[in-house]
Design a protein around this ligand. Structure first.
Ligand SMILES: Cc1cc2nc3c(=O)[nH]c(=O)nc-3n(C[C@H](O)[C@H](O)[C@H](O)COP(=O)(O)O)c2cc1C
Length: 230
């Protein structure tokens, strides 16, 4: 949650948004009780706009419906969002109507009345070194945005996220990255968009790939040895 690698980017980003005047509410999926969607479609048929499951989505959905910006912050888990985050996203379908409409020649669901169209931002970090490890996740979020009539406003992506603590241990400054995350939050609220230059600073190389691989393997060797499992 607030101690993880994702939070290292998310926290300054939200600080930048608040600094630009946004009202920000932060929820950790891990602390929320959000049951998986069971596909009954009650939220489309029996009780339009309302899921039959009574859990924290009852508190969250009204906030989602009126939010100007939704920020999804998640580490990459097996090339996608975490399980609890996916549950949350699936449980947003009460915000849509069951009907199909054609938008740009593609089948979509119209938004239900009372749901404002919003912007969506992705904040993510991953363990592997290359930035292309975010490709499936970014594609998913963009597809989600098209279905949810939300504008995909960009992504703050931190590859080799584990390297941030390595760099800190080596006394190397990551201030430019955290400043850029803050600046991205500021830009989003002030200008409605984030600059490509700012986003690329957040994703900048921390160390050469070979060095990162060696550090990670060394860490696991030492940790396994420390618990007698080498
Ligand atoms: C179940 C699981 C699956 C993961 N899958 C990937 C993956 O597909 N690609 C990748 O680069 N990192 C993967 N990782 C590594 C995490 O993205 C990485 O450790 C990240 O820094 C964790 O962020 P956090 O500290 O915010 O939890 C995975 C980690 C876990 C626990």
């Amino acid at each position: 949650m607030d101690k993880g690698n994702t939070a290292l980017i998310l926290n300054p980003f939200l600080e930048g948004m608040r600094g630009a005047g946004a009202q920000v509410e932060l929820f950790y999926t891990r602390k929320l009780n959000i049951k998986p969607c069971t596909g009954e479609f009650d939220c489309w048929i029996k009780t339009p706009g309302e899921c039959y499951q009574k859990d924290d989505m009852q508190m969250l959905l009204p906030r989602i419906r009126e939010a100007d910006i939704m920020v999804f912050a998640t580490p990459v888990y097996v090339d996608g969002v975490t399980g609890p985050m996916k549950n949350l996203i699936d449980r947003m379908i009460p915000c849509m109507q069951p009907f199909f409409e054609l938008r740009d020649g593609h089948c979509r669901h119209p938004l239900r009345e009372g749901t404002e169209s919003s912007k969506t931002v992705l904040v993510s970090n991953c363990g592997f070194w290359e930035v292309d490890n975010f490709d499936p996740l970014v594609l998913h979020m963009k597809a989600f945005c098209k279905n949810a009539s939300s504008e995909f406003a960009g992504a703050l992506l931190r590859p080799h996220g584990e390297g941030m603590s390595v760099m800190a241990d080596m006394g190397k400054s990551l201030d430019d990255i955290f400043e850029a995350a803050k600046e991205a939050g500021h830009q989003l609220v002030e200008d409605g968009e984030m600059s490509a230059e700012t986003l690329s600073t957040i994703s900048r190389e921390l160390m050469p790939m070979e060095m990162y691989v060696q550090r990670v393997n060394q860490y696991f060797q030492q940790t396994l040895a420390a618990v007698g499992k080498d």
